[in-house]
Ligand binder design. Structure first.
Ligand SMILES: *[C@@H]1O[C@H](CO)[C@@H](O)[C@H](O)[C@H]1NC(C)=O
Ligand SMILES: *[C@@H]1O[C@H](CO)[C@@H](O)[C@H](O)[C@H]1NC(C)=O
Ligand SMILES: *[C@@H]1O[C@H](CO)[C@@H](O)[C@H](O)[C@H]1NC(C)=O
Ligand SMILES: *[C@@H]1O[C@H](CO)[C@@H](O)[C@H](O)[C@H]1NC(C)=O
Length: 184
């Protein structure tokens, strides 16, 4: 499916389901799994609730075979109906190509912007250092999701698998809930 078609489908879903109701996003879980501990391992990977209004996730993956020059990432978004089912997005991106031209794919740009400012995955390849996601807060993601391009409410899972040189080295799953916020 072309990204233009996906955006059209998404807009139609939003028009049907959102109807101007304000939404609130919360992270509910994060899971990180190295599939090749000679290549990479997670130093930490957690979700932390500081108080009711401040919740964030952080992760750090140590890379043992630097520099890394070929990375592809599978992204799939799932939404819980009875069990998690594929929802709107399922694509593979050549991360090195994308990072050298961030305007090349609007859907990837959208996902990258959700974490770029809180990560050192902000430059072109090669990657010759550990990868960090630092205190990505629910509030930051909430603003990006609900103000820029709203989604229907529900429980979501973003599944990502990270391939270096054609081999799946790590998987990161991020879970979140988007609920209607009737207080607004
Ligand atoms: C939540 O914690 C943050 C960071 O410590 C602080 O800045 C904020 O004021 C706290 N909010 C509430 C409602 O306590
Ligand atoms: C994920 O990406 C890899 C590397 O490009 C590719 O070989 C594989 O088919 C993709 N898997 C899925 C489920 O899309
Ligand atoms: C994404 O697509 C790939 C290949 O087309 C498929 O194997 C995989 O199961 C899909 N993932 C989801 C979550 O639908
Ligand atoms: C990338 O992120 C790191 C760590 O936050 C920061 O020090 C660096 O200036 C950033 N580089 C770019 C090109 O934004």
């Amino acid at each position: 499916m072309s990204s233009r078609y996906i955006i059209l489908v998404q807009l139609l879903v939003v028009l049907h389901l959102l109807r101007g109701i304000a939404s609130k996003f919360e992270f509910t879980n994060i899971k990180c799994n190295s599939l090749d501990k000679e290549f990479d391992d997670f130093e930490y990977c957690y979700l932390k609730s500081v108080n009711r209004s401040y919740k964030y996730m952080s992760l750090k993956v140590n890379l043992y075979k630097i520099p890394i020059t070929k990375v592809k990432v599978n992204f799939s978004l799932l939404k819980r109906f009875s069990g998690y089912k594929p929802f709107l997005y399922n694509f593979t991106v050549d991360a090195c190509k994308f990072l050298s031209n961030r305007k090349s794919n609007p859907v990837v740009t959208y996902f990258h912007e959700l974490f770029r400012a809180h990560s050192n995955m902000n430059h072109t390849c090669p990657f010759d250092h550990d990868i960090v996601l630092d205190k990505l807060s629910t509030k930051f993601v909430d603003q990006k999701i609900t103000e820029v391009l709203p989604f229907p409410h529900g429980d979501y899972q973003l599944h990502t698998s990270w391939h270096a040189y054609g081999i799946n080295r790590a998987e990161v799953d991020i879970y979140g809930t988007l609920s209607h916020n009737f207080e607004n």
